[in-house]
Design a protein around this ligand. Structure first.
Ligand code: B3K
Ligand code: ZN
Length: 890
């Protein structure tokens, strides 16, 4: 390690800031290696601080100090002290003007945090603690200030100069320089500050708010990308309308800007009035973007826009409260997408992500509650738990309160805390006050880590017509707390009962029938104890319980379903999610049969009923095509690994492939006819119906190709040649490069042709890289090593790193986990390189290694050795240190 071992920061140590910053005036003179930043801050002591006589300590990192002034007087070196991450001034008055002049090096900033250069453009990323790399400041979210920013740069090189708020002045200076001054009237923490300087073009539109204000909307991109902005603009306008209609929230500034940058550590950033986006989350056009890409753009544009209220107008008091803005905003964007597209498909996608990756996080060494009690590096806590589980926690509040009370609660939250830095308690209190419900026990979802388990058992009494359902809950041990220390959660279990002819009316013993309820086949049980029994009356047949409809809680539920029961739910339940879920459970059971046979060296037998069930789904014309596609997609290897006690890499891969092939061969006739029925050439449309059709067609193609026949290969080739959109083109490319039957020369040829066609489109090239990194045929590591030598790869660009290294290590299990450990060595090498260049990305890439305890002893030893090698690096970043040390802890 660099200095001493990095220290943990604890939520329990939170103290109000000693000083407040009323106004912040910034002046930037942009230069690649020597940008000069002048700041003028009106600071005063916080009357609410605990210890009024403290010195002034500001954050600051990698800054070259030029001068410091207090109330116009130059400070001498003896009057202040500079540490690696702080500036301390011992004596300051109660109110004063602080001025600093510093020099920074945007070009040398490869961490992509603070002010940096992306290709030809200057841009910033300040969340969580990047502003301290721009100037000395109180870089904490509970210090909110009014910002005025002047940017000066060469007019010919950087004609566009942007910051937060409204443009209040601009003009020319000497020597071809020009300037722009922006003022943001809304107080904000420094993490929402943004600056952009570059040669950019933009598309413009307007939006009239419900109160009649006209807002200018602009999306800035490099000129070559101007033709890919329409979808983001449309998504933005839809999101603005939706937030008015569903939450009553209006946009507040006169202008809303989005800027697309190529080098970005994550998806996008909600800076006030000036969102900065990874190009991958804003640019879209049918020729270059898949349907999944289109949906991602819609979702991320909405997410960042929604932050204007849930994050900016009401921000977080400290970083432990991160889920206050992230969990809530993910809930908002996921409901928005559900309203814009198919609700069930969106739910299935969200739950798949949660159950595959968040549950894995909950079961690993980095497990933490939705509100973590401590961290070493906050960047490591932008996690699936904070975002996706945090969203599920908000969703559960929505379920418990009902839509109307939830809206009253959000209204109260926004009006009560507007302009403040709030806590999760504030959010829950607003929900309680508005609804009259007591959520005390519910808040354990914020403080207890781990995925709760529910075990369900039942009994039917024919004579009395009663059915009793007993639910017990527990939560496994996680790094901070043992199972015995965990208190029961408050879990909403949405459910129904299925009889021979469909859903049965639900009458709970001892509860009057609610005459107002139109739907008496749906009920939300509230499980609050370790064990509870619910008795239903008036049943003439033994029902099948349908539990966790719409995945009403982020838990693992165990009920001993027979395959017949699962088939019944799949074909007859009223809840689309439960139908899909039953299909997945059935598929898991069938794959596990093959895994057991593989391990026991027995004959593989595929449950014939499953094949017939899939046939029925495939030819059912009444089903939504997107749902058919989802139901036919077998659980991924990542999901099968998550639910396994010990991950058997080869058995999982073999069994899944075997079942795919068996299905493809048994259903080949139906698959071919569905393929043809859905592949008539039509003009491209991004409608839900058109996307559903493509999704079904390409799922079917992925089955046909595993039959390894000339016909299926020809279909894929024909699709690749004729494709007019990236969804079809990429699906065909993937089919061919994954096909053994295609042979090496055809595979190489299609890859080369594709690259030549798209080499100028970085985002398409990234998809081409990913498709290759994920090919599961032998030799994956060598192929990836070669890809890293390709001109299209760049270790400094996070999208390329994710496309190649991330896709290989996280999405190609048989190759990454090859028995000799070469995959682990490869990843360790990359992490050590990136630890210096970009610690945030390095730390993210570590995830697959952190799961080492779930593998066989041979792999465990090799994975551990790779982690230990990283740990022995003398100059580890906090980011990497935290994840590696927690992974190795006993
Ligand atoms: N709030 C940002 C994430 C910032 C991550 C910093 N390491 C994007 C988002 O969640 O909307
Ligand atoms: Zn967010």
């Amino acid at each position: 390690m660099k200095d001493a071992q990095p220290k943990s920061i604890y939520l329990k140590d939170y103290r109000k800031p000693d000083f407040l910053i009323e106004t912040t005036e910034l002046h930037f003179n942009l230069d690649p290696s020597a940008t000069v930043v002048k700041s003028r801050l009106k600071i005063r002591r916080n009357p609410e601080a605990h210890t009024p006589s403290l010195p002034l300590t500001l954050h600051g990192q990698d800054l070259e100090l030029i001068s410091l002034h207090i109330d116009g007087k130059t400070l001498q070196p003896s009057e202040y002290e500079i540490g690696p991450e702080t500036l301390t001034i011992n004596t300051v008055p109660n109110e004063f003007v602080f001025e600093a002049e510093v020099k920074i090096n945007p070009e040398g900033n490869t961490s992509l945090e603070g002010l940096y250069k992306s290709r030809t453009m200057y841009c910033t990323q300040c969340e969580a603690e990047g502003f301290r790399k721009i100037t000395y400041y109180l870089d904490r979210p509970d210090v909110m200030s009014e910002f005025t920013t002047t940017i000066e740069a060469s007019e010919s090189e950087f004609p566009v100069l942007l910051s937060n708020g409204n443009l209040i002045d601009s003009g020319k200076r000497e020597n071809g320089q020009h300037f722009a001054t922006w003022h943001d009237p809304f107080k904000k923490p420094a993490y929402l500050f943004a600056l952009v300087g570059g040669t950019l073009d933009f598309i413009e539109d307007t939006f009239t708010t419900k109160s009649g204000r006209n807002i200018t909307l602009r999306i800035f991109v490099e000129t070559k990308d101007l033709d890919k902005c329409d979808h983001a603009m449309l998504s933005l306008k839809k999101a603005m309308r939706w937030d008015e209609e569903v939450y009553g929230l209006e946009y507040d500034l006169d202008i809303f800007m989005i800027v697309a940058v190529d080098d970005f550590n994550m998806g996008a950033m909600e800076n006030k009035g000036l969102n900065i986006f990874n190009t991958s989350c804003v640019l879209a056009k049918p020729e270059t973007t898949t349907d999944a890409g289109f949906q991602r753009v819609e979702g991320v544009v909405a997410h960042e826009y929604f932050h204007n209220w849930s994050g900016n107008r009401v921000t977080c008091r400290d970083w432990f409260q991160l889920s206050l803005k992230e969990g809530f905003t993910v809930f908002r964007d996921s409901e928005f997408s559900a309203d814009m597209n198919s609700r069930t498909v969106k739910r299935v996608e969200d739950v798949s992500l949660l159950r595959t990756l968040q549950f894995a996080e909950d079961g690993g060494p980095m497990a933490h509650p939705v509100r973590p009690p401590s961290f070493i590096e906050i960047s490591n806590f932008y996690t699936l738990t904070v975002y996706e589980k945090g969203c599920e926690v908000v969703r559960m509040i929505h379920t418990l309160l009902g839509a109307e009370n939830f809206r009253k609660g959000s209204d109260l939250y926004f009006s009560r805390h507007d302009g403040e830095a709030a806590t999760i308690e504030n959010f829950v209190k607003a929900m309680e006050d508005a609804s009259g419900r007591d959520l005390t026990q519910f808040t354990r979802w914020y403080s207890q880590a781990g995925t709760p388990r529910i075990n369900a058992t039942d009994a039917y009494d024919e004579e009395s017509g009663t059915y009793s359902l007993t639910l017990t809950q527990s939560c496994p041990t996680t790094p901070e707390a043992k199972q015995e220390e965990k208190q029961p959660f408050h879990i909403p279990v949405a459910m129904g009962l299925l009889g021979d002819a469909g859903n049965l009316p639900l009458k709970l013993q001892g509860q009057p029938i609610d005459a107002d309820t139109e739907d008496n086949t749906n009920l939300v049980l509230e499980l609050t104890d370790f064990e509870q029994t619910f008795v239903f009356e008036g049943l003439n047949e033994k029902p099948t319980p349908v539990l966790l409809r719409d995945f009403s809680a982020p838990v693992k539920l165990n009920y001993n379903y027979s395959r017949e029961q699962l088939t019944a739910i799949m074909s007859r339940d009223s809840d689309g999610f439960s139908r899909w879920d039953a299909c997945q459970k059935l598929a898991v059971a069938v794959i596990e049969d093959v895994m057991n046979a593989y391990r026991g060296d027995q004959k593989y037998d595929i449950d014939h009923a499953f094949i017939e069930t899939c046939r029925a789904i495939l030819i059912d014309q009444s089903l939504d095509k997107a749902m058919v596609a989802l139901m036919l997609q077998l659980p991924t290897e990542a999901y099968l690994s998550e639910i396994a006690t010990e991950i058997d890499v080869e058995a999982i891969h073999f069994a899944r492939q075997y079942v795919r092939k068996a299905l493809a061969e048994s259903l080949s006739e139906e698959l071919e006819s569905v393929y043809r029925a859905n592949s008539n050439p039509e003009p491209f449309s991004a409608s839900a119906t058109a996307m559903a059709k493509r999704s079904l067609k390409n799922t079917v193609l992925s089955y046909l190709i595993v039959t390894e026949t000339d016909e299926s290969l020809h279909l894929a080739q024909a699709q690749l040649d004729a494709a007019t959109n990236m969804t079809d083109e990429l699906a065909a490319l993937s089919a061919i490069i994954n096909s053994e039957h295609a042979g090496e020369s055809l595979r190489d040829q299609v890859l080369q042709d594709f690259y030549l066609r798209w080499s100028d489109e970085a985002l398409v090239v990234n998809q081409w890289l990913t498709a290759q990194a994920q090919v599961s045929r032998v030799g994956g590591l060598e192929r990836v090593q070669q890809l890293m030598q390709h001109e299209a790869f760049d270790i400094k660009n996070p999208n390329k790193i994710r496309a190649v290294i991330g896709a290989f290590c996280g999405g190609n299990p048989v190759n990454f986990h090859r028995e000799d450990g070469a995959g682990y060595e490869f990843l360790a090498d990359q992490i050590l390189t990136l630890n210096k260049l970009n610690p945030q990305i390095a730390s993210r890439l570590l995830t697959p290694l952190t799961k080492w305890r779930k593998y066989d002893s041979g792999r465990q030893a090799l994975m551990r050795a790779a982690l230990e090698r990283i740990m022995s690096e003398p100059e580890l970043s906090k980011d990497v240190y935290e994840v590696v040390s927690k992974s190795l802890k006993d």
